[in-house]
Write a protein that binds this ligand. Structure first.
Ligand SMILES: *Cc1c(COP(=O)(O)O)cnc(C)c1O
Length: 314
């Protein structure tokens, strides 16, 4: 119960990143190590869950239900948070074929095995049913099966998640000019924007293609000191390239910091590329947020290996 026993997380460190690319341009990049929040479930997903878990307890719920794919950081985080809080968790997982032989699925899939070991129950559904998960009839069928539950959307973004993400920034971030983070559903960046100061600009690096993201973020903040940089999604969600994998492996070697291929690798790649191309003026100070996601690496490496491609060194 360590990290949840108080309403604050432990302070995570901020590492200064030394790189000739940054040095040449006189840019200071510090990386906020949210990946160190928890050994297994790192980063922003716990921030997003904190106030939701407290709310579920306050409302007297016994179980949490949420949605995700078979490699989802959010699924892993909900499972672990449920275990820490003593709440049951139900994961509605995309892909009914995964439920046909659970033993084999658990053997092969690190994320689901981890969630299962935390006590999560799975409801495997077809891709069609998954797409219709927000309909009243689907929810009713879940209620019939599982009783009442506290529901958290796919990816975990809601008002309470954004409140949790405010806490990524703190008193020590006043001196930075830019704040950079990876974007999936937009909840994390919305919380960071809300907590940012007027002299700061927040740059989001979407991990997927999508024009809808700006509107998603605007649902949660009316501030305008932010911008999405849409050029570094590498073809879409969970898509990678040799160059990205090389970048992640080099970063690990040079900085001794592991990045993930879905979110933080793309963000740091993009940020480095912008710096190299002179996007920032001399002496700019950048606070980049390592949002974690490292539990997804074994699953990604399995898929890369199957395709005969280079893998992420861990
Ligand atoms: C989910 C996730 C994000 C994106 O967070 P959103 O709030 O969905 O935008 C970024 N980094 C990591 C590691 C994540 O797991």
């Amino acid at each position: 119960m360590k990290i949840w026993s108080t309403t604050t997380f432990p302070e995570t460190p901020v590492n200064s990143i030394s790189s000739t690319v940054y040095g040449d341009k006189h840019i200071k990049v510090d990386l906020k190590r949210e990946d160190l929040i928890d050994a297994e479930v790192s980063g922003n997903k716990f921030r997003k869950l904190k106030y939701n878990m407290l709310q579920a307890l306050e409302e007297g719920h016994y179980s949490i239900l949420t949605y995700g794919g078979a490699f989802s950081n959010h699924i892993a985080a909900v499972a672990k948070a449920g275990k820490l809080f003593g709440l049951e968790t139900i994961g509605v997982i995309r892909g009914e074929e995964l439920g046909k032989n659970l033993d084999i699925t658990l053997q092969k899939n690190f994320t689901l095995r981890f969630a299962y070991e935390c006590g999560m129950q799975f409801e495997f559904v077809t891709r069609t049913a998954y797409r219709e998960k927000n309909t009243e009839s689907f929810r009713e069928s879940l209620k019939t099966k599982y009783g009442t539950f506290y529901e958290i959307p796919e990816g975990g973004t809601n008002e309470l998640a954004i409140k949790g993400c405010h806490e990524i920034l703190g008193a020590t971030t006043v001196d930075y000019d830019y704040i950079a983070c990876a974007v999936g559903t937009g909840g994390t960046i919305a919380g960071i924007i809300e907590a940012s100061l007027p002299h700061q600009k927040v740059l989001g690096f979407p991990a997927l293609k999508g024009d809808f993201l700006e509107d998603e973020i605007k649902k949660y903040t009316s501030k305008t000191n932010w911008e999405l940089i849409p050029d570094y999604h590498f073809g879409g969600y969970a898509k990678t390239s040799e160059e990205l994998i090389r970048f992640i492996n080099r970063f690990k070697k040079e900085q001794n910091i592991q990045l993930d291929p879905v979110y933080t690798g793309k963000m740091m790649y993009g940020l480095t590329d912008l710096i190299r191309n002179g996007y920032f003026s001399k002496n700019t100070r950048i606070f980049a947020v390592h949002t974690g996601g490292l539990q997804g690496i074994p699953g990604m490496n399995d898929r890369l290996k199957k395709q005969g491609r280079s893998t992420i060194s861990i």
